[in-house]
Design a protein around this ligand. Structure first.
Ligand code: HEC
Ligand code: HEC
Length: 390
């Protein structure tokens, strides 16, 4: 019966994880725990009874010695007695025939239980790594995003030949508790994710690279742990939609003059498609030491993502429905989109799991109304007046 442990109903790996893991388990593990208890109690009773009987025998060895009692004769030995032993053998065979399939049935659950425990460990390690690297400084304490995340940029190479020139500024840090609604949107398990891993390894826009391959401090295992942590922290699609709706309502109430499409664009798209969005207030100028008000550039004039306006979008997506479908799905690495088969590059997220189709259409209409002439003209004018080089 102790084989139960050796053969994996309670596998060695689970024993290693201590009592809480053992108890927070599936039915089959509870059954195994009960069996174990029965075995232990059974053995205790057996030992107890045995000791008592041994005491009763003391002093009467001459009468009780087994070879002095009556032995069964041949008839009995080869008849009922033999049959009893044979029946016992058949019974044991039956038990094995039953236990093996049951064991096989439970094996799947045991393995997925071990997998869950495994990714839970990875997520815990990722959480400590995230605390060390201070991800929440820029992405919000609850991972819900931060409009003015503090970032330090080294722009030295633009102004001096050698050395660095550091400016302290702010940037919009996106929410991470719903990042898998935008990237890796088809992934059903942690193993199927790749875009978020790619973003972490190589960095993204003003966010530094975290993986060794991108020049960052963390090895592959640590990046995997961070992804497992992000996977665990995800809120449901319903919660993400509800939050998006609340944010939209608040923004609309504060800006009654802005169209729905524009409000949604500023909430979801401007951080990548509008220069300097959402603006940074007064900033120190590196070249002359003065300060300047850093304001957002013309809507959709392009930053990390390309410039979006009536002309370019009219060419790329002659039908607005294709434009809507693209925003809903996002771009995948090396997968062509639009009229002239532009290739995606992990850049453009998908919004179809959080925004409704009508909302996405409102954004598409807003983007298709942006005037490329004024985008460049306003930008040029503004830069000339401000003397801003960023
Ligand atoms: C210095 C601030 C900062 C820190 C620290 C930081 N991030 Fe970021 N992160 C950003 C910004 C800003 C972006 C958006 C990129 C852009 O706008 O250029 C981003 C983007 C991302 C994205 C892509 C999400 C999207 O929708 O674009 C992920 C995933 C991410 N960060 C995860 C992390 C993790 C995990 C950590 C900790 C190891 C971390 N970040 C630390 C600022 C930061
Ligand atoms: C994380 C940054 C990011 C965000 C947020 C983002 N985009 Fe993009 N977008 C990109 C990048 C990068 C591309 C270029 C394609 C690629 O590399 O995947 C792109 C491409 C596009 C294109 C195709 C334009 C072209 O010329 O190729 C459209 C249209 C678009 N985005 C619309 C939107 C809308 C609408 C939103 C908000 C609902 C949005 N984007 C949010 C980064 C972003």
């Amino acid at each position: 019966m102790l084989d139960v442990i050796g053969h994996g109903l309670i596998g060695p790996e689970l024993i290693g994880q201590g009592v809480p893991q053992l108890l927070a388990a599936s039915t089959e593990r509870s059954v195994a725990v009960v069996l174990l208890a029965v075995v232990v109690v059974g053995w205790a009773m057996y030992v107890f009874v045995n000791i008592r009987q041994a005491k009763a025998e003391a002093g009467s060895e001459i009468e009780l010695a087994p070879n002095r009692g009556r032995m069964p004769d041949d008839d009995e030995l080869e008849g009922p007695r033999l049959e009893k032993v044979q029946a016992f053998g058949v019974l044991m065979l039956l038990v094995m025939a039953l236990v093996l399939p049951v064991y096989w049935m439970l094996e799947g659950g045991r393995r997925s239980g071990a997998e869950t425990a495994f990714s839970e460990d990875a997520a815990n390690r990722g959480e400590s790594l995230a605390a060390e690297q201070e991800c929440t400084n820029c992405h919000g304490a609850d991972l819900g995003g931060a409009r003015f995340a503090p970032v330090v940029l080294d722009i030295g190479h633009q102004f001096v030949d050698t050395g660095s020139f550091i400016i302290n500024t702010t940037w919009e840090g996106p929410s991470l508790d719903d990042v898998f609604t935008r990237f890796d949107t088809d992934a059903e398990t942690l193993d199927e994710t790749s875009e978020v891993r790619q973003i972490l390894v190589y960095g993204r826009g003003v966010m530094p690279a975290w993986g060794l391959d991108g020049g960052g401090p963390l090895n592959d295992q640590q990046i995997d742990d961070l992804v497992a942590w992000l996977w665990r922290e995800q809120i449901s699609d319903e919660e993400a939609m509800e939050r998006a709706a609340t944010r939209k309502a608040a923004e609309q109430a504060a800006n009654p003059d802005k169209s729905e499409g524009r409000v949604l664009f500023e909430l979801n798209c401007a951080r990548c498609h509008t220069p300097r969005w959402p603006g940074r207030g007064p900033a120190q100028l590196p070249n002359n030491g003065g300060t300047v008000d850093v304001l957002p550039g013309p809507p959709g004039a392009g930053r990390y993502g390309p410039s979006l306006n009536s002309v370019s979008l009219g060419r790329l997506f002659p039908e607005i429905e294709d434009h809507v479908a693209f925003i809903a799905a996002g771009a995948a690495d090396n997968v062509p989109f639009g009229e002239f088969a532009r290739l995606g590059n992990y850049g453009m997220p998908g919004f179809g799991r959080v925004l409704t189709e009508d909302e996405i259409r409102a954004i598409a209409e807003y983007e298709r109304s942006l005037d490329p002439e004024s985008q460049t003209a306003i930008e040029f004018e503004r830069l000339r007046e401000a003397g801003d080089d960023s």
